[in-house]
Write a new protein. Structure first.
Length: 332
């Protein structure tokens, strides 16, 4: 009986070796979300619950700082990073994720759209089985979807908001970089690569998906950390009360001030590897969803939109190629 030879792409081989090395930590950077299928499912808004998580940690950090002797603004900033930005690392690989994002992922009280992988727009092949990478060519796990201040967003965006946002703040304020270069590095250059960016292991190389919505959540997180850590400034959440010698919270945090339509992959469309793009387009057609959920040209009015909005939104829809036009959806 004749046997069929199998030609193995060295890129897939390198990816497989890497994944075998990283093991279960693959989930830390191989999650994508389906904001299309989940859009039609009723979801309770999670704004109040998620706001409470952040505000509780801000309050705890202030209480800790007030309990220490001679804790100044820099001391409080460290406490806020420890509490709000706490990182949980995989004990084998040291790859981390935001502790608060992990709590959101695991909290059964937070309403979410959970799909089996085969139900999603990515389910043409079993990409969620890393050991089949030679057959599938990519590795992908599916993140749940939530409704946050009326927006449909992947739950993975909370991790980008907290963890990547803080990393960007540190790059800018501690390393003297600027946010334009930081976001450009997170996007990465075109071409196959093993770097930790959207063109690389955070996206296209591993999953076949480059998510501009991930970049948008990271950018919003950067702005959040700018405000949170600017102690006693006009935009800060926290001030120092001289007469009492204590820090107090000036205003409550709310995701409503940061989440916008650019977090929604049904509006701020991702870019797919050509093979995956065909599979996604077929899935959308089969569900009578062959047109984009919403026109995305309105995203171009967001601050520094060129850093995190799909460039095609300035010209035409990335999935159909037709020219964008405005609609009645709200802008932020």
């Amino acid at each position: 009986m004749a046997t069929r030879s199998v030609k193995i792409d060295p890129k897939y081989l390198a990816t497989t070796v890497l994944v075998m090395t990283l093991g279960l930590a693959t989930r830390s950077f191989a999650s994508e979300t389906d904001n299309f299928t989940c859009r039609s499912r009723p979801l309770q808004d999670t704004l109040v619950q998620l706001d409470a998580l952040i505000n509780d940690e801000i309050s705890a950090a202030i209480e800790q700082a007030n309990g220490e002797r001679q804790c100044d603004a820099a001391c409080l900033a460290r406490e806020l990073q420890k509490r709000v930005g706490a990182n949980v690392r995989n004990r084998w690989t040291l790859i981390g994720s935001a502790r608060l994002a992990r709590r959101v992922e695991r909290d059964p009280e937070i309403d979410r759209c959970h799909l089996e992988f085969k139900e999603s727009i990515y389910g043409a092949r079993p990409y969620n089985r890393p050991w089949l990478v030679f057959y599938t060519g990519r590795i992908m796990f599916l993140a749940d979807t939530i409704r946050l201040d009326g927006r449909v967003v992947g739950i993975d965006k909370i991790n980008h908001f907290i963890r990547e946002g803080l990393a960007h703040w540190r790059d800018v304020h501690e390393k003297g970089d600027d946010i334009e270069r930081v976001l450009a590095r997170e996007l990465g250059g075109k071409g196959w690569q093993l770097r930790m960016n959207e063109h690389g292991l955070k996206g296209m190389t591993l999953t076949g998906v480059l998510s501009y919505a991930d970049l948008a959540a990271s950018y919003s997180g950067f702005n959040f950390w700018n405000a949170l850590l600017a102690i006693d400034s006009p935009e800060s959440f926290v001030t120092y009360d001289g007469p009492t010698g204590r820090f107090t919270q000036l205003r409550a945090f709310t995701f409503a001030a940061y989440v916008n339509d650019a977090w929604d992959e049904g509006i701020n469309h991702s870019v797919f590897h050509p093979d995956l793009a065909q599979q996604v387009a077929t899935a959308l057609r089969n569900r009578a969803m062959d047109q984009p959920i919403a026109d995305c040209d309105r995203l171009s009015v967001l601050p520094q939109a060129s850093l995190y909005v799909n460039p095609m939104c300035h010209e035409k829809h990335p999935m159909t190629g037709r020219t964008s036009h405005g609609d009645a959806h709200r802008q932020d």
